[in-house]
Design a binder for this molecule. Structure first.
Ligand code: C2E
Ligand code: MG
Ligand code: MG
Ligand code: MG
Length: 276
């Protein structure tokens, strides 16, 4: 008992400050959602061969008034615990839709590009809500919105949520399996859902030596199923060349472009063949 009390005194201040820090961040995150502190950056998805833009992935950022620019890793876990990711994902989609409309108008008649939106693993219900938001969009664009989910979402959904599946099909929304290879998708779930694209996790690209045959196999399987296979996290010319050698045609990564603030996208698209 005495030791218990002694260690309690030792740990209490640290625990209290951690707890307070969390409470503060929680309050700040709720405020951020109300006050529009979230921003979206867009990372190009390109043709490996010539670097031409095929689409963009919307990536959430938090312009924190005191802490500066925060990345998803700094706040998404907390958001999941607080069940705020549905709200975040819908804000990101609304913002991306607003931008797509502007880029479409300003860039003349852009060809059909993908706009990839991430939806949290928290619940399949989010996918459905995002889909409904897409169905009710005020200004349709020629862009095709693809929804990125992890393998876990597919598996769970295949087991438990035929309604969402139906909604997706009716809305013509197609899915991207993000971070493919690190989870446990089954081929049957790839088949049951309207999956359009597989993204090979960047950890495989980072350790390309060990994963060359795996990437070749994923690419072959993707091709057999009629899916677009994208390599993520491409940082070097060497990676680009070797991915090309195993048949990868679409890529994303800093070698081509980092995520761009919205006001730099238009120029990027003009330089990289974003319009016909
Ligand atoms: P992700 O969807 O797999 O996104 C790819 C991540 O790789 C992004 O990190 C991107 O900035 C980073 N990246 C891009 N190029 C390179 C590269 O060449 N090398 C390396 N090492 N990394 C690169 P980011 O922006 O920090 O996003 C992290 C994760 O947070 C995303 O992973 C996604 O799962 C999640 N996320 C981002 N935005 C949203 C959102 O709006 N909603 C939800 N639910 N999740 C989001
Ligand atoms: Mg993603
Ligand atoms: Mg990914
Ligand atoms: Mg990833």
């Amino acid at each position: 008992k005495r030791t218990g009390r002694a260690s309690a005194t030792v740990f209490e201040p640290a625990m209290r400050s951690e707890f307070q820090g969390r409470l503060e961040l929680e309050a700040e995150l709720r405020r951020a959602l109300e006050h529009g502190e979230l921003a979206v950056e867009y990372q190009p998805i390109v043709s490996l061969k010539d670097g031409q833009a095929l689409g963009l992935e919307a990536l959430v950022r938090w312009n924190h008034p005191q802490r500066g620019l925060l990345l998803p890793q700094d706040f998404l876990e907390l958001a999941e615990e607080l069940e705020l990711t549905g709200q975040i994902d819908r804000q990101v989609l609304a913002e991306a839709q607003r931008r797509m409309h502007v880029w479409q108008t300003n860039a003349g008649a852009p060809r059909r590009l993908w706009m990839n939106i991430n939806v949290s693993a928290g619940s399949l219900k989010h996918v459905q809500q995002v889909t409904e938001q897409l169905l009710h969009q005020a200004v349709p664009t020629p862009w095709q919105v693809l929804i990125e989910v992890t393998e876990r979402v597919l598996i769970r959904g295949a087991e438990s949520d035929p309604q969402t599946l139906q909604t997706l099909r009716e809305a013509g929304v197609e899915l991207v399996v993000d971070d493919f290879g690190v989870g446990y998708s089954s081929l049957s779930s790839l088949h049951r859902f309207p999956v359009r694209m597989l993204k090979i996790d960047q950890s495989f690209v980072a350790a390309l030596d060990e994963n060359t045959e795996l990437i070749r196999a994923i690419r072959a399987m993707g091709q057999a199923l009629g899916l677009v296979v994208v390599a993520e996290g491409v940082e070097t010319e060497d990676q680009r060349r070797r991915l090309g050698e195993v048949g990868i045609e679409v890529a994303q990564g800093r070698l081509f472009s980092p995520p761009l603030p919205a006001d730099r996208v238009e120029q990027y698209l003009r330089q990289h063949g974003g319009s016909d």
